[in-house]
Design a protein around this ligand. Sequence first.
Ligand SMILES: Nc1ncnc2c1ncn2[C@@H]1O[C@H](COP(=O)(O)OP(=O)(O)OP(=O)(O)O)[C@@H](O)[C@H]1O
Length: 749
Amino acid sequence: MSKTRQSDQQISLDLSNEPDDKPAPSAPTRAHDTDALLASPDKMDALLDQWQQMEWIRPLDVGFARLIRTLSAEQGEALHPLVLLLSALVSHQVGRGHVCIDLANLFADAGSILSLPPEDSVEAAGGLRTGETVCPEPDSILARVSLEDSLALLDKAQAVSDGSLTTPLVLNETRLYLRRFWRYEQRIAEGIQARLAMSSPLQDAHSDMATTLGLALTALFGPPVDIDFQRLACALAARSRFSVITGGPGTGKTTTVVKLLAALQAIAGKSGQRGGRKHRIRLAAPTGKAAARLNESIGGAVSRLPLSQLPGNVTPDDIPTRVTTLHRLLGSRPDTRRFRHNRDNLLLVDILVIDEASMIDMDLMASVFDALPATAQLILLGDKDQLASVDAGAVLGELCQRAADAHYTPETSCWLEAITGHSIPDNLSDASGQPLDQAVAMLRKSHRFSEDSGIRTLAEAVNTDTLDAGILRACRDGEFDDVIWLNGRNPTPEPSNALAMICSHAVSGTPEAFREQGRGRIANHQPLPPPVGYHQYLSLLNNHELDERSPRVDWDSLALQVLEAFSDFQILCALRKGPWGVEGINDLVARHLLAEKHITRAEGWYPGRPVLVTGNDYNLGLMNGDVGITFSVPWDRNQQGEPKDTLRVAFPATDGSDGIRWISPSRLQQLETVYAMTVHKSQGSEFNHTCLVLPDRLSPIMTRELIYTGITRARNWFSLITGDASVLRDSVHQQVRRASGLAQRLSQP
Ligand SMILES: Nc1ncnc2c1ncn2[C@@H]1O[C@H](COP(=O)(O)OP(=O)(O)OP(=O)(O)O)[C@@H](O)[C@H]1O
């Protein structure tokens, strides 16, 4: 069966399953013979090979496409070359964080959807030259085919189904998935939809439970005056078995969730149905660092709760303050993606709160839903505008796509008014709001940054794509207390000058560049010390007076001080490679610290080397993202029995105590030096002073989300160093759009 021609540029495709009888080519394609490619699986296979050799796509992508071809052949089907191509491309897209490939978008704009060839390839007119051959690009091939023909071909292919068969590829409307990712999305959507559909006695605003909720909110927030989005978030999240509370830095996500848990325990305490039994609550975060940060803030927030004024006899023990990593909660097992807790071994929990939910990928989120009892309540917290997870998916971002406008139905608005005393503004109401909208709350007021804070102004401008010359000038001229654009007067510096600036900034924090030399600021009712750079932790480490007679507890306390001083300042880079990337800058800073005699060597292990763990090590109890500092300690003895200095790396204990784990460098497997870290790795962390280094060239990974995440890692001071100012502006215009069908699935009844 042949399809008719779609346009002059598009060829008709043979949709039959007849085997390809053309001889296999022995050499790669020599010209733009895209029609020949679309007629021969062997030629397409050779082209995929060529793309792999040029590192456009991964061996995994080619391997997957070939597997599809082999499986099809085993079933007597000669795989159409286009299906072979699309199989490799969907795998390529998953490697880039997408959950699927939307063919409608792909056929409309393959160049920007695929980013092939990668930006750093050497391009030749009309194709890429590799030696003597010219290699067609995916968009030139796809331009020869119509979306309709492609869908028809996929429909006929035995490797593809709508998900009802166990095929390796799943086609849902125009979205093509690897089966595994389609299942993740399905499990997540089912978990959310089932919870949104569960009715709760709280839905009746006149029920006893709803009355208790109203009383609890008054005790926690006081009488309603101006609209308080934290109060609204508490009410909404209490009503549903699934909810999301999103907000920028310091908007009170932790404060709100602690009040929410208190309100839920108050309701449980008063409930006749539960016999006053309180909920079993667990708190988790995707990384050790994020868990530790929530650990730090939650204790204070719980201690400030007016528990005695709540109904239901809520005690401090009813609200947990210990936060675990999601991997620990679910029970990771080495060398497998499977967890100990799953559908057959559910978690013993009534309410699960997950912070920093933007870092959760599809795989992990699906595992969370698998391990949760059907009636357990899930509350996600996070900043929807931050970078999405490293692996495929952007679950939080998708769930919060409509959060800014709320879309509360008249029913939700009436209920919120009855429970909270706040009337919902018209611009947040929508008669056709979807079920998910009714369970998403956005916090809109920052309690950490004042209106005139530079960090807040810059982050908002980046987030809303309104970064203009005025804001940049204010950063350059030190008009903000907390932000400085260090090379603002020379926005396109000589690389050597910029790198020298990074070095001296790393040592001292350059307080003199900030307004009033960084003096005179108040934070949390205390004077805020000026910026200090890495000099601070190295001085503590190099000038202590401990020796072999000192008790271990004194060493622990020194290590804690040094670790805390280290976390005061952090250089963040957009890139990993090259002179502006983490690797180049780590090397540069280490050599500078050596030249200034703050450290004794710049390579290998040495006292003062800060390290970042880059993979989970269950034997050592170290998690990806943990940071340690190397010390020289006199705890071993030489053959004469005299104290001998050896190196140990000090990591903070993970149990929320002030303990230290001292680990020998030889036992550490996956780690890197961390004077600089990528913005991606910094997610879930926060530093007193963050310096963001942007390179002199734009790359596809430099996006609005990356710049926003970099800026919002700063608690009190933010400095910017740009290789070229236009790169900052251009990055803000680039946004990540990860293909997925989750939002669409959830929007369907
Ligand atoms: N309604 C409020 N009124 C006054 N201060 C508040 C309020 N809510 C939160 N805060 C204060 O603002 C600061 C930030 O709050 P919180 O830690 O809850 O925010 P967050 O959104 O969880 O922050 P992060 O960005 O670190 O995740 C805390 O010092 C907290 O005590």
